[in-house]
Ligand binder design. Structure first.
Ligand code: UD1
Ligand code: UDP
Length: 367
């Protein structure tokens, strides 16, 4: 049954949500505010989920699931039903979600149907790219949330333009809090560099559905990595590994001398790889932000047609280059020659986003 102390329920489900929710959870703990942590189970492999809970020293979720359905509809439906069951038991006043995954959409929809308010962290991002499942998720969640924590003024403007119902707060992105809090720990604890074959390298990741579920685009990425004028360290997302195997590119990739393929690495290892690389080549959302952290400051080649993170482009960190091999290789070449210094401040905030989010919530709930 509902417990009056359990005012807040926090839902996580994928690798980036765990990283970005960790600093918020830490503020809840520091302030002695009770909450119920729920893992909806969208990511379930140890190296996509539990390793982050352990490294970030998060409490074990009170409710945890593994949702291994492969179709997006089945996955969304299953999470919706699981979160409904938990929310009925916990009876929170507010449910916090972060980002734009299917799990976030399912959780938000499940709880608003029970009359529970949603607080959406990282609200207002828009790629205006209708091929992306995340673009639907983030728009839908923003329109059913009571509290919208926009990381930047650009995100706030997107929400104003769409006349969302909820109250908007500009807070910065908690990803910067996470990088500032964890890089010093990563530098002490990670030994990943001992495993890296190259002195200088670019760090690559790719997992966006519109990229890796398209065999031609996936081939472009693999060939660009193999032919790049700098060696590539490439931790491969499970979705991408599945596609590389399906389309018979996996074994060939493992033989490329210019590419060191890794399994997905933990957060500390990844932070260190980002700190030590020459540049990041990615279609990830979070990496576009993390690279701007004052203690990372790396150029990012965004292998996509669009970005919902224009601030990183405007600040000079990121360049959106598309998904053609030639364009990617030209961008890597150009980045290697580039002399200009990257800004010392991040467009995504100062590392106090989580504090602002929790303070705003407390004010709203007590007012
Ligand atoms: C999801 C999010 C994406 C986010 C990414 C973070 C959606 C629509 N997409 O994409 O926005 O950037 O997480 O990494 O919500 N798999 C495993 N083990 C796991 C997780 C996934 O093997 O622990 C494989 C499965 O084959 C699964 C596939 O990856 O079917 C896709 O996983 P899913 O969570 O649906 O989407 P992601 O590509 O991870
Ligand atoms: N990350 C990691 N190990 C990896 C790849 C990524 O720890 O092998 C971290 C990265 O530092 C960032 C988050 O995972 O915090 C980004 O996740 P992803 O790119 O999967 O999702 P997105 O940000 O695109 O939603």
């Amino acid at each position: 049954m509902g417990n009056s102390d359990d005012c807040y329920m926090i839902v996580i489900g994928t690798r980036p949500e765990i990283v970005k929710m960790a600093p918020v959870i830490r503020v809840f703990e520091d302030k002695g505010i009770s909450f119920v942590l729920v893992h909806c189970g969208q990511h379930y492999d140890y190296n996509m989920s539990q390793t982050f809970i352990e490294e970030l020293e998060l409490p074990t979720p009170e409710y945890g699931f593994k949702v291994k359905e492969t179709s997006p509809g089945a996955q969304t439906g299953r999470i919706l039903s699981l979160i409904e069951g938990v929310a009925e038991k916990v009876d929170p006043k507010v449910v916090l979600v972060e980002g734009d995954t299917n799990g976030v959409f399912a959780a938000a929809l499940a709880v608003v149907k029970l009359g529970i308010s949603v607080g959406h962290i990282e609200a207002g991002l828009r790629s205006f790219d209708y091929r992306m499942p995340e673009e639907y998720n983030r728009r839908l969640v923003d329109h059913i949330s009571s509290f919208l924590f926009a990381p930047t003024y650009t995100a706030e403007q997107n929400l104003e333009r769409e006349s969302v119902w909820g109250k908007v707060f500009v807070t910065g992105n908690t990803v910067i809090d996470a990088v500032l809090q964890h890089l010093p720990l990563a530098q002490r604890r990670s030994s990943i560099l001992e495993e890296i074959r190259f002195e200088r390298f670019a760090l690559a990741t790719a997992h966006r559905a519109e990229n890796v579920d398209n065999p031609q685009v996936l081939r472009n990425l693999v060939e660009a990595f193999a032919e790049a004028p700098i060696p590539i360290v490439y931790p491969v997302h499970p979705r991408t590994k599945k596609r590389l195997r399906q389309w018979k590119m996996w074994k060939g990739l493992l033989l490329k001398k210019n590419v060191q393929v890794l399994e997905p690495v933990g957060y500390f290892d990844f932070l260190l790889l980002m700190k030590e690389c020459e540049m990041v080549i990615t279609d990830s959302g979070g990496l576009q932000e993390e690279a701007t952290s004052p203690n990372i400051r790396k150029p990012v080649i965004v292998v996509r047609l669009s970005t919902e993170r224009p601030e990183a482009v405007q600040a000079g960190f990121a360049t959106v280059v598309g998904v053609e091999k030639k364009a990617i290789l030209a961008a890597v070449e150009q980045t290697l020659k580039q002399k200009h210094k990257l800004p010392l401040v991040s467009p995504y905030g100062d590392g106090a986003a989580s504090d602002r989010i929790v303070k705003a919530l407390i004010r709203e709930m007590s007012g």
